[in-house]
Design a protein around this ligand. Sequence first.
Ligand code: SF4
Ligand code: SF4
Length: 454
Amino acid sequence: MSAEELSFRDRPINMDAKGSRKWVYAKKPSGKWYTRRTIFGWFILLFLVAVPWIKINDNPLILLDITNRKFIIFGAIFWAQDTFILALLMLSFVLFIVLFTVTFGRIWCGWACPQTIFLEMVFRKIEYLIEGDYKKQHKLNNSPWTTEKILKKTTKHIVFMVISIAMTNVFLMWFIGSEGWLKLISEPIKENLTGFIIMMVISGVFYWIYSYFREQICTMVCPYGRMQGVLLDSNSIVVSYDYKRGEPRGAKNSGDCIDCHQCVSVCPTGIDIRNGTQLECINCTACIDQCNKIMHITKKPPGLIRYASEKGIKEGHASVWNARNRAYSVVLLIIFSFFVYTLVSRPVIETTILRTPGLLYQENDDNTISNVYNIKIVNKTHEEMPLEIRLLSQEGKIQMAGNSMTIKDQDRFESTFILYIPRDELKSDKTEVEFGIFSNDELIETYKATFVSP
Ligand code: SF4
Ligand code: SF4
C-alpha cells in the first residue's frame, strides 16, 4: 500500500488533523444481520434485567454479593472458601472468549458486549427516534438553538438520564439481589446517603458514556479491543471486504465495489472496512447489510462484505480450524472439566474452627482446662442440616453458645463454643485436637485445631 493509502492509520478515525474529536454520525442500519442482532440484543437485555428476579431454590440466578463474599452463578453458591473453583470458572470464561476471538474475531463485541448492546440497541435507537437519521442529526447539531432543537435535545438527554439511572439500578441488583434492592429503595434516602451518591455518580458515568464518549470505549479504552492484534490471525473469521471481488473499485472500473461509501456511513466507529481488518471494527455487521443493499441495486451477488477470514478470501477456502484454536480448545476443555469436577466433588459443608483471638486458657475447679473457639460452617447443600460438633481426638466436653446448630440450605452459621479437656489428657502446652461435624449421627467433616494449656 502507498503512503497515501495508509493515511487512515495516521490518527484515530474519530480525530481530526488538529487532534479534536470528530463526531461519528452513523447511518441507521437495517437488514438481515441487523434484525438478527436486534433480536439477540433484546434477549441479552432481557437476561440482564431478569437475572436478579429469576430464582432457583429461593436464590437469584446470579448474585455477586461482594460484601458477604457470596457468589451465586446459575444456582451454584460460591463462598470465600470456593475462590479456587470460582477462579477456574473465570479462567474457563476468559479462555472461552479467547478461543472465540481466535476463531470468530470480535463476535463478542458485535453481538454480546453490554457496551455495544446498550449503545446500538438502546441509546442510538432512541436518538434515531428523536433526532432522525444521521444526516438530520448532523444538520440539527449544526443548526442554531431553535425551539425544535431545544425540545429534541432536552427530550433526548432526559430519556438518556432516566435509562442510565435504570441501568445502574439493574446492575446494583446483580450485587445485592432484587429483595435487597426493593428494601433499599423503600428506605428514606438519608438512611443510605453514601450509597445514593455512589449510584448517582455511576448513573452520571453511564450517561456521559452513552451521550458523549460512545464508541471511544471500544476503540480507546477496552483492553479486550486492544488485544485483537495478538488474538487475530489470517484464519480468524471477521467482517471482511472481499478485495479480490471488489477491486478495482469505482463505478467505471471492473470491480464489484462502486465506491459509494455506504459501508463507511453506516459504521458506528466510522471506519472504512475496505482498508482491511482494523482495531476499531467491532464486527457489528452494519456494513454487511448496507453493502448487500448496494449489491442488490447493482444486480451483483451479495457478500462483497461478509464474515470471512483473510486466508479464506485470498485462497478461497472456508475452514475455521487451525493448530492454534485446536490447542486453545483442548486447554479450555481440560480446565472446564477440572472446574466441573471440583464443583461436584466439593464438600457439602465447609468448616473453620479457630481459637478466639486474645483468649488463652482457663483453669477450672473440676480439674479441666478450657479454650474458647470461633466456629464458621457453610452449608453448600440445598437442604437444611441439623449439625453437631464432637471432639474426636480425646476425652472432653463441648459447650456451645446457643442451643441449635441447624443451618438453613445454602446458608452460613457462626458461633462460639468452649472446649473442656481434663488436665491429665494434656501432655504439653499445645495439643492438637480434632473435631468431627456430624449430621444425624453421620460424620460429615473433620477439623483440626490447637488447644493451649499451662
Ligand atoms: S457499500 Fe459496498 S459497494 Fe459501496 S463502497 Fe462499500 S464495499 Fe463498495
Ligand atoms: S466496519 Fe462494519 S462491522 Fe466493523 S464496526 Fe464498521 S460497520 Fe461494523
